[in-house]
Design a protein around this ligand. Structure first.
Ligand SMILES: C[S@@+](CC[C@H](N)C(=O)[O-])C[C@H]1O[C@@H](n2cnc3c(N)ncnc32)[C@H](O)[C@@H]1O
Length: 206
């Protein structure tokens, strides 16, 4: 696994226009994020190599100028790094827990991105709005995600769920539901920048 310093340098090179804002968010995660218990204390040593690199892996597969919802955003992952790197996107962070949604409100305010990024305190399955792209990380297995998030998709929209090694198994497990909903799923191999660890995602579309 790449170390945090190497990943930070690689991300600085690949995203020079957003790097200052990404540093601001990493500072918030390293301080309030850990103090409020949204991230474990050991995560402080892998904020760039794991959390930011993972989130920025979604920069490439998302089309230009679309609306994105990050379901189960927690401390803002992957939605906040994505919003900082892709200023063309309108991003909604959906998170049901009060402490987490308060954290997100403060982070959005401090980063000065409130015009483009909104926090919605809700469960995915209660959300009534529609979006072009649903993203998520570490929220639920694919079959549950499909039940929660397909009603949130605009016609022609897509779900991109960050997943590790389990991606193929999850697609196999969800295949009856995928078939019933008329959806197809594929595994994407993604990397935020040269010099950071790659990750995988499941993309679901019609
Ligand atoms: C393991 S955390 C992952 C947080 C963040 N996505 C990350 O990768 O660090 C799962 C998050 O999903 C949220 N969650 C659980 N059930 C949910 C639901 N039905 N709708 C939306 N969010 C949900 C939890 O409150 C929690 O913040």
């Amino acid at each position: 696994m790449s170390d945090d310093r190497t990943s930070r340098d690689a991300i600085e090179q690949a995203y020079p226009q957003s790097f200052k804002e990404l540093c601001g968010y990493v500072d918030i995660l390293a301080s309030r994020g850990i103090e409020w218990g949204l991230l474990g204390p050991r995560e402080g040593d892998r904020l760039w190599s794991r959390h930011i690199a993972n989130s920025l892996a979604l920069v490439d597969p998302i089309p230009l100028g679309v609306t994105v919802v990050d379901v189960g955003s927690g401390a803002g992952l992957p939605g906040l790094p994505l919003a900082l790197a892709r200023t063309d996107l309108g991003v909604t962070l959906v998170e049901p827990l009060l402490r987490r949604s308060n954290f997100l409100e403060l982070a959005v305010d401090e980063l000065g991105i409130g015009e483009r990024v909104r926090v919605l305190r809700a469960r995915a399955e209660e959300t009534k709005e529609r979006f072009d792209v649903v993203v998520c990380r570490a929220v639920a297995p694919l079959d549950k995600l499909l039940r929660w998030t397909t009603p949130l998709l605009e016609p022609g929209g897509q779900l991109i769920a960050l997943k590790g090694e389990s991606a193929e198994d999850e697609i196999r497990g969800a295949s009856p539901l995928l078939k019933k909903l008329g959806l197809r799923a594929e595994v994407l191999e993604l990397r935020a920048a040269q010099g950071v660890d790659g990750t995988r995602a499941i993309r679901v579309s019609r």
